[in-house]
Design a protein around this ligand. Structure first.
Ligand SMILES: Cc1cc2nc3c(=O)[nH]c(=O)nc-3n(C[C@H](O)[C@H](O)[C@H](O)COP(=O)(O)O)c2cc1C
Length: 205
């Protein structure tokens, strides 16, 4: 049996985290009513005060977990100041949780451009019109900004705003959690070793 065929009951046998994550995300995509890629993204501000909000996972491989946002938003500024973050997926239908933490990289311009081009036109306009996380005087002011950028881009491609791109969390730790009866849950944590491999531990629930 390969890792991608692991089931919820034998996931603790997995030797590495990425194929297991792929298998769990596939299960979640089949079972969650919406947004199987939604995750809580944790950052800290310059006072060390934690902050958290939902974003969507837009890609992952053995290099890390990618999401996109406005780099001038609260999360953008917090990550750019620390280059560290953590994320948590909770798939309620499966009673599973995955936690990821580690240093953060900025995706390449080519990677961000490629993803930006796949977004609906309205979302690309929105990326220009929204000064994400900053005070907005009225809904009308936002609609006016959308109308202005729409008029500016009536024809042709909409370029990616310079303040909009992707971050990749490069995991130093990935933990898989699965509900078991009487709160005796399974927890398996993978920790990156100095040689780039993974050490695997089971944790008390
Ligand atoms: C399910 C869900 C998915 C979201 N996905 C994103 C996303 O991928 N990128 C993003 O910038 N904001 C996303 N948001 C909005 C963020 O939660 C947040 O409101 C916004 O990014 C501002 O956060 P900040 O002020 O902490 O920077 C999402 C919200 C929800 C509820």
């Amino acid at each position: 049996m390969t890792d991608t065929e692991l089931t919820s009951s034998d996931f603790t046998e997995s030797a590495e985290p990425f194929r297991l994550f792929a298998a769990w995300l596939k299960d979640a995509t089949a079972s969650e009513p919406n947004d199987p890629t939604a995750l809580a993204l944790a950052t800290v501000d310059t006072d060390g005060l934690p902050d958290v909000r939902m974003v969507l996972l837009k890609g992952f491989d053995e290099h890390g977990f990618v999401f996109y946002t406005n780099f001038e938003s609260a999360k953008g500024r917090e990550i750019l100041a620390t280059m560290k973050a953590a994320m948590c997926f909770h798939w309620k239908s499966l009673r599973r949780q995955v936690r990821v933490r580690g240093p953060v990289e900025i995706v390449t311009d080519a990677e961000a451009d490629e993803y930006f081009a796949t977004r609906p036109r309205g979302s690309r306009i929105g990326a220009w019109a929204s000064k994400q996380s900053r005070p907005l005087e009225s809904r009308f002011a936002l609609e006016k900004a959308v109308a202005e950028y729409t008029a500016r881009h009536v024809v042709g491609e909409i370029p990616r705003p310079p303040h909009w791109s992707g971050f990749r969390i490069v995991p130093s730790q990935i933990e898989f959690w699965h509900d078991r009866p009487f709160r005796l849950h399974d927890r398996i944590v993978f920790t990156r070793t100095a040689d780039g491999g993974w050490e695997k531990d089971r944790l008390y629930p």
